[in-house]
Design a protein around this ligand. Structure first.
Ligand code: ADP
Ligand code: ZN
Length: 215
C-alpha cells in the first residue's frame, strides 16, 4: 500500500504513522526525520536546512525533492510506502507523482488529519521527546512519571527547537498557505481521500484510518 499522510503540525501524523506501519507493514518515510538526520551532520547543506527549519519555514522544493527521491528509491517497493510530511507543496506533489509513475507504483490513498489551531499549538508547545530512545511525551497530556525524565530509558527529555509558540504559528501559516493546496491537488485529480478528525482520541483516529485504508 502506498499512502501519503498529511495534516498540520501537531495533528498526530507521527503517532498515526506508527499505528499504520504496525498494522500494514509499509515503510515509513518522515521528511521531518530525514531532514533532521541530514542537518545533524554539520555540513553546508545541514546548516542551510537548519536555517529554514528553526524558523518554521519550508525547506526549498529542489532540496526536499532530491533528498526524498533518494530515500524513496532506496526502499523495497513491495513493502509499500507511508509518506509522512512529504509532499508539502504542489510542486513536490508533482515531482512525487512523476517518480512513482516511473516506478510503476502510483499512490493509492491520501490520508488527511485535521484539527483546530488552538489544539495544535497546545499539543506542540507541550511536546517533549527523549533524545535517546525517541519516545514522545506531553507536559500535561502524557507526562513522564518523573518530570523531564524519560520513563523508558532515564534520559533527560528535550523540546524540539521549532516547537516554541512563535515558530509553531509560522509552521501553521506555512501549512495553510503551501500545503493545503496539495489536498486540493489530490482531490481534484480524483485520488482516494481519507479525512480524519485529529481532535479525536488517538486510538479512534487510528482505527478509522485503518478501516478506510483496508476498504
Ligand atoms: P511538523 O509536521 O510537526 O511541522 P516535521 O518534522 O514534519 O514537523 O517538519 C519539520 C520541519 O522540516 C518543517 O517545519 C520544515 O522546515 C521541514 N520540512 C519537513 N518536510 C518538508 C517538506 N516536505 N518540504 C519542505 N520542508 C519540509
Ligand atoms: Zn528514552
Amino acid at each position: 500500500m502506498r499512502v501519503v499522510l498529511m495534516g498540520p503540525p501537531g495533528a498526530g501524523k507521527g503517532t498515526q504513522a506508527k499505528y499504520l506501519v504496525e498494522k500494514f507493514g509499509m515503510v515509513h518515510l518522515s521528511s521531518g526525520d530525514i531532514l533532521r538526520a541530514e542537518r545533524a551532520d554539520g555540513s553546508e547543506l545541514g546548516e542551510k536546512l537548519k536555517s529554514y527549519m528553526d524558523a518554521g519555514e519550508l525547506v526549498p522544493d529542489d532540496i526536499v525533492v532530491e533528498i526524498m527521491a533518494k530515500a524513496i528509491a532506496k526502499q523495497d517497493a513491495d513493502k509499500g510506502l507511508l509518506l509522512d510530511g512529504f509532499p508539502r507543496t504542489v510542486t513536490q506533489a508533482g515531482a512525487l507523482d512523476k517518480q512513482l509513475e516511473q516506478l510503476g507504483l502510483p499512490l493509492e490513498a491520501v490520508l488527511v488529519i485535521e484539527a483546530d489551531e488552538s489544539l495544535l499549538v497546545d499539543r506542540i508547545t507541550g511536546r517533549r521527546s527523549c533524545p535517546k530512545c525517541g519516545r514522545v511525551y506531553h507536559v500535561k497530556n502524557i507526562p513522564p512519571v518523573k518530570e523531564g525524565i524519560c520513563d523508558a530509558c532515564g534520559a533527560e527529555l528535550v523540546q524540539r527547537e521549532d516547537d516554541t509558540e512563535e515558530v509553531v504559528r509560522q509552521r501553521l501559516a506555512a501549512y495553510r498557505k503551501q500545503t493545503e493546496p496539495v489536498i486540493e491537488y489530490y482531490a481534484a485529480d480524483g485520488r482516494k481521500m481519507i479525512r480524519l478528525d485529529g481532535g479525536a482520541p488517538l486510538e479512534e483516529v487510528a482505527q478509522q484510518a485503518a478501516e478506510a485504508l483496508a476498504s
